[in-house]
Design a protein around this ligand. Structure first.
Ligand code: NAG
Ligand code: NAG
Length: 220
């Protein structure tokens, strides 16, 4: 059985390319990766690995949001398991915990003057998310959906971050704006709680138990 929790986050943040050292300093030692360097992907790998814990609380001056907890804006979850379960949840307000523990395995990059594309293979020991959702779906013949509290725990996540950034001129300086951040995780175990999937709370627990069993079974 094939199962996927498709999780697409769109984060909008700005990274300053031409840093004025007197004004803002990233809380790490600056490393420059050269575009022509044949080992540039290893360079990016080291930089990203160093940046992650440093960005844990964000860099307010650069408008970089905290990554742990990471505010989930417009995040969407798609729960799908064969024809039994299909549900789509949009996070109205929520947070993800655990990104600062990410281990970078490999980086692939395509760099041009006005666009950066990175595919970053990552392992995350544990990701926990919670918040408020709105959603809909079907479980067997049962219609699911409405809104309420949810949480989702993913253990031993293997994933690829797809990061896309575009050059942007502002006040005579060039910035790289990250306009896309996507990941489709492959997980070893999943556990979720979703309030109000069905109106009756007792039935909701039964449906959830079945969903968790399907997720657990199909994620191994
Ligand atoms: C940071 O965000 C604030 C408020 O959203 C905005 O006024 C400011 O221009 C932003 N700064 C940068 C460098 O993007
Ligand atoms: C998810 O929410 C349910 C219901 O509030 C709670 O019992 C459970 O402990 C939560 N899971 C985690 C991992 O926090």
């Amino acid at each position: 059985m094939k199962f996927l929790v498709i999780f697409a986050v769109v984060i909008s943040l700005t990274i300053v390319q031409c840093q004025d050292v007197n004004e803002v300093q990233l809380p790490i030692e600056a490393t420059v990766c050269k575009r022509e360097d044949p080992k540039r992907n290893d360079c990016f790998k080291n930089v990203i690995q160093k940046i992650i814990p440093a960005l844990k609380d964000g860099v307010p001056k650069l408008n970089i949001t905290s990554i742990d907890p990471l505010p989930l804006l417009h995040a969407k979850f798609l729960y799908r398991a064969s024809s039994t379960l299909l549900a789509s949840l949009t996070v109205v307000r929520g947070f993800a915990y655990g990104f600062s523990e990410s281990q970078i395995r490999r980086v692939r990059s395509q760099i041009t003057d006005d666009e950066w594309k990175f595919n970053v293979d990552v392992t995350i020991p544990r990701l926990h998310m919670d918040g408020e959702y709105m959603g809909q779906g079907k479980f067997n013949e049962l219609n699911l959906g409405s809104q309420g509290y949810f949480n989702l725990t993913l253990n031993r996540v293997q994933t690829t971050w797809k990061i896309r950034a575009k050059a942007e001129e502002r006040d005579g300086e060039t910035y790289m704006r990250v306009f896309k951040f996507e990941m489709i995780p492959n997980v070893k175990s999943v556990r979720t709680f979703i309030e109000n999937l069905v109106p009756d709370p007792t039935l909701n627990l039964v449906v959830l138990e079945l969903i968790n069993r399907i997720l657990e079974h199909s994620s191994q």
